[in-house]
Design a protein around this ligand. Structure first.
Ligand SMILES: *[C@@H]1O[C@H](CO)[C@@H](O)[C@H](O)[C@H]1NC(C)=O
Ligand SMILES: *[C@@H]1O[C@H](CO)[C@@H](O)[C@H](O)[C@H]1NC(C)=O
Ligand SMILES: *[C@@H]1O[C@H](CO)[C@@H](O)[C@H](O)[C@H]1NC(C)=O
Ligand SMILES: *[C@@H]1O[C@H](CO)[C@@H](O)[C@H](O)[C@H]1NC(C)=O
Ligand SMILES: *[C@@H]1O[C@H](CO)[C@@H](O)[C@H](O)[C@H]1NC(C)=O
Ligand SMILES: *[C@@H]1O[C@H](CO)[C@@H](O)[C@H](O)[C@H]1NC(C)=O
Ligand SMILES: *[C@@H]1O[C@H](CO)[C@@H](O)[C@H](O)[C@H]1NC(C)=O
Ligand SMILES: *[C@@H]1O[C@H](CO)[C@@H](O)[C@H](O)[C@H]1NC(C)=O
Length: 563
């Protein structure tokens, strides 16, 4: 009888977490360039999951994403949202800036800790620690506490006695004073399993063990997640014999580069792992969205290392009750952009800049031009570290359509305004309205020009510019459209105001490999509007209206697309 009771108890306990039937979980959980995710579950905030991702040179930076079911997500805030929090973006290194963020919560306070990589001109300590008591309010995020981080990817962990520790790449740990940033003596914990770049460390304590989770192999095809543990926080850490706990290396999977993970559990005690992944297949050539955020279920039995489900586009996972009811007022991911820049409206909060913008270059509904966004041109969007006149949103779908209407009364040779697919300042695809002269002495007239900067993974010389002289009969504003009808190409077209379908001019299609890899291995495609003098004398502003972005489908496996 007693034995039967024990047996029943055992069965019941084993059955508890799986009480609800599994559900299909689709990846990427947050599509589009969202690398190095770090996630927490916060019962104190209405059982909400929060994740932070890295933004490199993009501002506002360090987005905090919120969800109640790991399916529906909302932008909660940007931890780095004011230029005076961290002005030091004056670097020309296209993969510099805000590297991996660790997000943690303790005693009512959210902490976002990171490392700013620059060209060496920044004289300040590169470690940055931001705090808030309200993750749904940009303004509530503090200025950073600076610390002399010995390496990238700082983590935060509090021991049972409440003492906080910072652990950076190469698993170098120190106590940290969260008010001053002062660090205690450093100890190196673990070299990993011997793969390259042991980075992205996180420490957890469970069942009397300190667990150290790291990324290894570099954030490319060899990316893996490994773990070690110790009875004492400063070591000795012994690697798990089942390492790696998560990787897609040496597989034919569509999702590659899986790594840089974090582990957390939901209200039912079921475990989940967040990581970055690239939708490239093992060829790893065509992946304009770069490193995206995936989530996969895990089991973590008492006294054991976790067992993590391999990352796939369609996984069976713990069933969380569906909830679209996330707190906050930020944009809900997956909803189309329908922005008309009406008088009195703000610049939409999912819009992004490359470094800090000159705020005076972007004006919603300026006098005489209601329902437009005025962009004052910069000298050059392709080089330099001055503010550039470029405003963007992420490409978040394999197939999508993006369009803007552009009114641009160009008067000066070479001045240009248009729509772009942008990976970095040296890799972008631009469809511009540009004032060109057909001969050295001829008059300058408006043209459409589709041209490329950089070559990325194209593996061939980029195609020459495609140019079309705009007929004088075309009424402004001109609609510029970028559409991905398949996963390998973007199609660029232009339509005059009031034009019928047959008035649309298709300039051409450009391969997405040009905005994959190359000089932008850490970033992902952005779509936006720009105005530039192309280093000439032009100062004519562009007026952007009817900004639209609609996702059409996500590719989640070799030949599988989902709406
Ligand atoms: C970048 O900005 C910092 C702080 O404003 C300044 O100290 C540094 O000299 C600048 N570096 C360059 C290359 O302009
Ligand atoms: C990691 O490797 C370095 C170089 O071989 C060595 O000096 C160091 O002691 C190793 N660290 C640990 C924790 O084993
Ligand atoms: C992955 O590791 C193998 C050795 O295991 C190496 O030959 C290869 O170059 C690495 N690939 C990348 C993309 O780092
Ligand atoms: C998916 O395509 C890759 C090549 O990109 C191949 O190695 C792999 O076997 C394919 N997977 C399936 C399930 O067909
Ligand atoms: C995911 O896989 C399940 C089980 O194979 C299947 O029923 C479901 O249709 C798939 N969903 C998608 C969107 O492919
Ligand atoms: C439910 O998902 C978990 C996590 O992936 C897995 O361990 C378990 O086997 C799944 N259960 C079923 C019945 O598929
Ligand atoms: C993808 O679209 C481009 C542009 O329309 C086209 O040239 C290319 O052939 C398409 N690729 C496939 C595999 O259909
Ligand atoms: C800009 O204007 C100046 C003065 O008119 C002229 O000398 C110069 O050539 C112009 N520059 C370009 C790039 O057109």
């Amino acid at each position: 009888m007693f034995a039967l009771f024990l047996y029943l108890l055992g069965t019941l306990a084993a059955a508890l977490p799986a009480a609800a039937a599994n559900k299909t979980h689709l990846n990427p959980t947050i599509p589009g360039w969202h690398s190095d995710p770090s996630c927490i579950f916060v019962p104190e905030w209405d059982d909400t999951f929060f994740c932070a991702t890295s933004t490199f040179l993009v501002t506002p930076g360090m987005p905090i994403h919120a969800s109640k079911d790991l399916v529906h997500w909302r932008l909660a805030s940007h931890a780095l949202n004011r230029q005076n929090q961290w002005p030091h973006y004056n670097t020309t290194g296209q993969n510099d800036g805000i590297f991996a963020v660790t997000l943690r919560f303790r005693e009512g306070v959210f902490y976002a800790i990171t490392f700013f990589v620059s060209d060496g001109s920044n004289p300040l300590p590169p470690g940055l620690l931001f705090k808030t008591t309200n993750p749904f309010d940009d303004a509530a995020w503090s200025d950073p506490v600076l610390f002399q981080s010995p390496s990238i990817d700082p983590d935060l962990f509090w021991d049972d006695d409440g003492v906080p520790y910072m652990t950076a790449a190469q698993s170098i740990i120190s106590m940290i004073d969260l008010e001053t940033g002062a660090l205690g003596p450093a100890t190196q914990l673990w070299n990993g399993t011997g793969e390259t770049y042991p980075e992205g460390p996180h420490i957890y304590k469970k069942d009397g063990w300190y667990y150290l989770l790291i990324a290894e192999g570099g954030t490319e095809l060899n990316h893996t997640v490994t773990m070690a543990r110790s009875r004492s926080i400063t070591g000795t850490y012994i690697g798990f014999e089942g390492n790696p706990i998560l990787t897609n290396k040496h597989t034919g999977e569509y999702f590659q580069t899986v790594g840089h993970a974090d582990i957390f559990h939901d209200a039912a005690g079921n475990w989940w792992v967040s990581a970055l992944a690239t939708r490239s297949g093992p060829e790893w050539i065509n992946y304009p969205m770069g490193r995206e955020m995936v989530i996969t279920p895990a089991t973590w039995a008492e006294g054991e290392f976790p067992i993590v489900s391999p990352v796939r586009g369609n996984e069976s996972a713990w069933a969380l009750p569906e909830s679209t009811n996330v707190r906050g007022t930020g944009p809900i991911y997956g909803t189309p952009d329908v922005f008309d820049f009406s008088p009195g409206s703000a610049i939409p909060s999912n819009f992004l800049f490359w470094r800090w913008p000159d705020v005076d270059s972007f004006t919603v509904s300026p006098p005489g031009h209601p329902n437009t966004l005025r962009i004052q041109p910069c000298p050059d969007i392709s080089s330099g570290d001055d503010p550039i006149s470029l405003i963007m949103r992420l490409q978040t779908d394999t197939l999508f359509e993006f369009s803007i209407d552009v009114a641009f009364a160009a008067t000066t040779l070479n001045e240009e305004a248009g729509a772009t697919v942008f990976l970095t300042q040296v890799q972008h695809l631009d469809l511009g309205i540009v004032l060109l002269s057909d001969s050295a002495t001829g008059p300058a007239t408006p043209h459409l020009r589709l041209r490329t900067a950089g070559g990325g993974n194209l593996g061939a010389p980029p195609p020459p510019p495609m140019i079309y002289s705009i007929p004088s009969s075309w009424a402004e504003p001109i609609t510029l459209t970028i559409r991905a009808n398949n996963d390998t190409h973007y199609t660029f077209s232009a339509t005059p105001q009031g034009g019928a379908a047959h008035d649309t001019v298709v300039l051409g299609a450009l391969p997405a490999t040009i905005v994959s890899g190359g000089a932008g291995p850490f970033t992902g495609a952005l779509l936006g509007a720009y105005a530039t003098g192309n280093n000439g004398n032009g100062t004519t502003p562009a007026y952007i209206s009817r900004w639209r972005y609609t996702g059409i489908a996500q590719q989640i496996d070799n030949n599988t697309f989902v709406p």
